[in-house]
Design a protein around this ligand. Structure first.
Ligand code: DAH
Length: 340
């Protein structure tokens, strides 16, 4: 093969190889292979020394053309590859600022607290203030001043969590009645929402649950006021057409005492599993403040009368949402809680 043909085939091969180069480092290797000191093109320049003058002219021209072509092609390809590599790098690092963000998951009130807020709202709208008392309570406030004597069944070791001989976890919110009467001068009306504790656990009892206590004291407060307030509460909470009835009952701190039933909201009175076929659901205890209780807190029973009531919040939550096992409320299963 003559030299000129050889140069042409070197040129062709170079172009083919250049096509296949995919990176700047590959391109550098190609440059060394053809244009480096010992490169294929450079080697041919050495033949110049042995060529005849005529040959020299055309060989020199052809070699130069080949060299210039290779250098130019390498530079052009290098620019292309740099652009491409830059584009890839930008693409890999790119951030789509138009994608919607990941918002924090919103928390919400526990269903029992939601119900507690609803109940509280109804009573505050009727002028009741809100009082609180400690969950660790003295025997005096929890029992004694509420006319619950030492041998009363409510003090049974089965029910009460004793902290010490004279200190208990309050078994009801009624001790806040005593605290309120010591703190406030009649006339006043308050509710006392909060946690209470009893040693009891089954489908309808948990060792901790919530109550809302109510107390209204003034001159000439009658059982009629009690009925009016509680009927208004029940009609506001459950609906205006729900029948309400007061049944005689007994609590040491009220006289007379009553339990309050409302018509079953599930069967509308025709009888079902939830109302045990009676058509009625008990939701409250209530009564007129026992004058003996007034004596413990230095309220004059000749001048003042009052009414009190107490209700279980979980029970009302269960009726509201149709929950049949109270323990569900405290298992903290997010799938259950997030439904409310
Ligand atoms: N303290 C009672 C209980 O826990 C509920 C109760 C009944 C509260 C009658 C009252 C009331 O204020 O008048 O079972």
């Amino acid at each position: 093969m003559d030299l000129m043909d050889e140069l042409r085939s070197i040129g062709k091969e170079f172009k083919v190889e250049l096509e296949g180069v995919g990176s700047t480092s590959g391109l550098d290797a190609l440059r060394v292979k053809y244009l480096g000191k010992k490169g294929l093109v450079s080697q041919k320049f050495k033949l110049m020394g042995t060529a005849s003058p005529e040959e020299k002219k055309s060989l020199g021209k052809a070699l130069n053309e080949l060299k210039v072509m290779a250098e130019g092609a390498i530079e052009a390809r290098k620019a292309e590859l740099r652009d491409e590599e830059l584009r890839q790098a930008i693409k890999a690092e790119s951030l789509d600022t138009t994608l919607p963000g990941k918002g924090p998951r919103m928390g919400r009130l526990h269903p029992v607290n939601q119900i507690l807020h609803r109940i509280t709202g109804i009573f505050t709208s009727m002028g009741f203030g809100v009082e609180e008392g400690p969950e660790v309570e003295s025997d005096f406030y929890n029992f004694e001043a509420l006319n619950i004597p030492k041998n009363h069944p409510a003090r049974d070791m089965q029910d009460t969590f004793y902290v010490s001989e004279d200190v208990v976890l309050r078994t009801h919110t009624s001790p806040v009645q005593i605290r309120a009467m010591k703190k406030l001068a009649p006339p006043f009306r308050i509710i006392a929402p909060g946690k209470v504790y009893r040693h009891d656990a089954d489908i309808s009892h948990t060792p901790m649950f919530h109550q809302v206590e109510g107390l209204m004291v003034g001159e000439d407060i009658t059982f009629g006021h009690l009925k009016g307030i509680l009927e208004t509460f029940i009609h506001t909470y459950f609906g205006p057409d729900i029948p309400v009835r007061f049944r005689p009952s007994f609590f040491p701190f009220t006289e007379p005492s009553a339990e309050v039933d409302m018509g079953c909201i599930f069967c509308k009175g025709s009888g079902c599993r939830i109302c045990k076929s009676t058509g009625w659901i008990e939701i409250l205890g209530a009564g007129m403040v026992n004058p003996k209780v007034f004596q413990y807190v230095d309220v004059d029973p000749e001048r003042y009368t009052g009414f009190a009531f107490g209700m279980g919040v979980e029970r009302i939550a269960m009726l509201t949402y149709g929950i049949d096992d109270i323990r569900m409320l405290f298992e903290n299963d997010i799938r259950f809680l997030s439904q409310f």
